[in-house]
Every structure is written in C-alpha cells, then in structure tokens.
Ligand binder design. Sequence first.
Ligand code: DER
Length: 235
Amino acid sequence: HGIEESKRAAAVQAVRENFPPDPRFVGIGSGTTIVYVVEAINALEQDVSRVCFVPTGHQSRQLILDAGLKAVQFDSIPEEAVLDICFDGADEVDEDLNCIKGGGACLFQEKLVAMRSKKFICVADQRKLQSRLLTSWPSIPIEVAPIAARQVLVRLRELGSPSPHLREGHTPNGSPLKTDQDFFIIDAPFPRLLTSSDRKSTSTSTSTTPRHNAGVSNNGADNDSRSEGRGKDGI
Ligand code: DER
C-alpha cells in the first residue's frame, strides 16, 4: 500500500469495527487520516444525518461540514451528555498504545473531546507504530498559555529536554504559531522513552522526575519512568 491507501485502510477498519449503531455524539479529531474516517462514516449503510459530530478545531469542523454532516460545538453539548465515541489520529504510537499527539496543533480540544468520550479510537497507519515513543516523532507537543511559555521552557529544560522551542507560525513576521485557543505550542524533544518492558528489566530505576512538576503537563515525557499522564500540576 501507499501511505494514503494505508491511512484509508486503517480508517475504514476503525469505523467498520467501532462506529456505534445509533450514536448521539461522535468526536472528530484533526490531521489527514481523520479525513478518511469521515469518508468511511459517510459510506456507512446506516443513516448518520441525526448524529451530532463534535469537532476538535477549525479544520475538524470544516471537514464535518464539507461532508454534509451535522457539527455541534463542544460547549453546546447538553451538560449531562457524553460522547458515544471519538475518532482521532496520532503522530506516534507505542505497543502499550501510548500516543504522541499534537503534530497538528489541535491537541487541547482533541484531549477535551477524548476525555468526554466513552471510547477513544486512534487511527494510525503502520508508519506511526514504534516500540517506544520519540523514535520517529522527535518531540512532545505541549500547548501553553503565552504568558506561561518562558517558564514552561525553563521547566522542560530542567526535565531534560535539550532544546524545547515555540513552534513557528506561518506568518512572514515569524511569530509563534497560535492554536484555536490563541495559545502557543512548545515542541520539546526528548530521548526515546523507556517502555514498560524496559522498566521491568531494570531492577531499580532512579527517576529524574523532579518532585514537583510545577506547571508542566509533560504527558510522561520524563526519561526514566513514565509519569502517568499529566504532571501533578499540569497546565
Ligand atoms: O495533531 C494530532 O495529534 C493529529 O491527530 C495528527 O498529528 C495526526 O496527523 P495525520 O493523521 O495527518 O498523521
């Protein structure tokens, strides 16, 4: 398969095997693979005209509308409602199904929608699967409030990132990229992460994770041991 064929095959299988019979709310992520997910949803036998599709950013909303599907903003969903399922892509996945996300700078809303979904389906072709994270995707994307950016850069260097940096925008004046929330993205390179089997094989692991992960949601990017999810005081 070519890359596009692989993406399409992964998307068709993911939709066929997971799309619920009569969902009310379905989350739609960002990137290029998700385009094939929406195409596969539209090709389903079942009627999806009454399904509310929840976007995870401007691109995702446009994709839903262009497919003739109903888009409902995250903050318009009834308070007590949860999403039946959400589909999204990833930049890298390891064998424990940990993902690096954020290559498309939509990770904030993607995680917001994923956390409110009964089921999260990550659609990734074979190029994304690595034995450990940070093998093919070199850095951890982190969304930060502009006012906190300098402090987070300092903390990331203390966590062992050699060169954390603001992601460049596309404007000629070279200003940093702004997300749909008008925040910045910091890309923090780290050496390849240890897998759970690596850690089992080392009898004692001396964690370099500082006692207090002030202000950093590093998604377990510390090198000696995966912190479960966000740092204690993650932003
Ligand atoms: O930003 C993200 O996490 C996305 O899901 C994205 O990077 C996946 O992109 P792709 O489907 O174009 O590889």
